[in-house]
Design a protein around this ligand. Structure first.
Ligand code: PLP
Length: 452
């Protein structure tokens, strides 16, 4: 066993963690995760913790999959690295590209690989701009995204994202990106029906396009279900209305599938759940079940054919675009998902089961709403169930609940006072029962701490 204290001291001295208050971490010290198996992670003090977030929404097949270790080992022996620049490639990248296009909506037949979801969204921006320039409409450059969305941490990813604190700290953002409201019914729309609210959010897109001028708007980017923004499941009326707006104004649809892709909503891609035909789909995370870093952009025929016909070098790419070892692991991951019927398992078994068990938590005194789709779910913490009033921000109820979950042996994410789960897709019904029981205990504790 590693020495917890020694590792914490070294961590404090030398390691700046992502998305972390460095000062607070220095005072509290980190939890050291040592190993993992199935849906559980283990820390250096021997605690077993149910990973209700699948790492960072990515370990879809769960931990300890020997087949993925073997895929990496075999590929590393044969060709650990080579690039795809200029006119070379290798079998793992080619086979993975073919597989992805088989699984994607029908008029997506090309993929551009990246190392991460952030790089995928940078690539989206580059492709969208080039597409409209080729089409002789270079003024079409503005991309419309949504408030509170997360699309990555590079400057382009941050700019596409709609997280105000990130903009405040990391700005100025890339120019030519505008944000509209998110279809967050519980947070912003409860004075009307979900249907009316979904339509109102789509109308906000049209209003923004008209304000900017259709000739200036290149694309709209959104996740099928907004993940890091709070597991925001749009009302059923939302996506059909958005599709109609985009068609009316000839604007490209970019669907960020970094979280929703690879089974999270019970289809290979979230786009398929909502019957979307995206022009571009950034992907990452579950593509390799997080075992190795790999991302990409699935490119629809409309954009790909324009880029190909135009010719001329596309001055864009990454050293690790289509990395052979990462690609081999991703391919094996997709093959395993197919062989084990993971999509069906989510759509027909554990997705509906989570919906049933999770919705029971809506009865808890501090829960205003419990929603889920496939294997993503969230709880809205409220001080007053009757009117949905939130806790005072100074109480940081969400973070309190998250920390209490951890103490009970459950990883769950807090975004403000919205609690999110996004567990491995291979979970069983019994494990969902365990997850719900742990969440309930932590909610009871949270209520007690808050004097309710
Ligand atoms: N897009 C979405 C929807 C994400 O949730 C994330 C990461 O959480 C990203 C993009 C960025 O991906 P990465 O962290 O691999 O750069």
């Amino acid at each position: 066993q590693p020495q917890t204290g020694e590792l914490q001291a070294l961590d404090r001295a030398h390691h700046l963690h992502p998305f972390t208050d460095f000062k607070a971490l220095g005072e509290e010290g980190s939890r050291i995760i040592t190993h993992a198996e199935g849906i559980y992670i283990y820390d250096s003090e021997g605690q077993r913790i149910l990973d209700g977030m699948a790492g960072l929404w990515c370990v879809n097949l769960g931990y300890g999959r020997q087949e993925l270790v073997d895929a990496a080992t075999e590929q590393m022996r044969q060709l650990p690295y080579y690039n795809n620049f200029f006119k070379t490639t290798h079998e793992p990248a080619v086979r993975l590209a073919e597989k992805l296009c088989q699984l994607a909506p029908s008029d997506i037949n090309r993929v551009f690989f990246t190392g991460s979801g952030s790089e995928a969204n940078d690539t989206v921006l580059r492709m969208v701009r080039r597409y409209w320039a080729i089409k002789g409409r270079p003024r079409k450059r503005v991309v419309i995204a949504r408030e509170n969305a997360y699309h990555g941490s590079t400057i382009a990813g941050m700019s596409l994202g709609g997280m105000a604190p990130m903009h405040a700290q990391g700005g100025p953002c890339v120019p030519g990106i505008e944000h509209i409201r998110q279809p967050y019914w519980f947070g912003e729309g409860r004075d009307q029906s979900p249907t009316a609210f979904g339509q109102e959010c789509a109308a906000a897109l049209e209003a923004k396009i008209l304000e900017l001028g259709e000739d200036n708007v290149a694309a709209f980017i959104a996740e099928p279900v907004q993940g890091a923004g709070g597991a925001i499941i749009p009302p059923d009326s939302y996506w059909p209305a958005i599709k109609a707006v985009l068609a009316r104004h000839d604007i490209l649809l970019v669907v960020d599938e970094v979280i929703c892709g690879f089974g999270r909503l019970g289809e290979w891609f979230g786009s398929q759940h909502y019957a979307l035909q995206p022009d571009l789909m950034p992907i990452a995370k579950g593509l390799s079940s997080g075992y190795l870093p790999i991302g990409g952009v699935l490119v629809g025929d409309r954009v790909a054919e324009a880029l190909i016909e135009e010719g001329g070098e596309f001055f864009h790419g990454f050293t690790y675009s289509g990395h052979p070892t990462c690609a081999a692991v991703a391919l094996r991951n997709l093959e395993l998902m197919e062989r084990e019927g993971v999509i069906q398992h989510v759509r027909e078994d554990v997705g509906p089961y989570l919906a049933k068990r999770w919705s029971e938590l809506a009865e808890h005194p501090i829960v205003g709403e419990a929603r889920s789709l496939g294997l993503i779910g969230s709880l809205e913490l409220v001080a007053d169930k009757a009117n949905g009033e939130r806790f005072d921000k100074s109480l940081a109820a969400g973070n309190l609940c998250r920390d209490l979950c951890f103490q009970h042996g459950l990883v769950i994410r807090s975004v403000g006072d919205t609690m999110i789960v996004s567990p491995p897709l291979v979970m069983t019904r019994e494990q969902i029962d365990e997850l719900v029981a742990l969440a309930r205990q932590a909610l009871d504790d949270t209520a007690r701490h808050l004097g309710i």
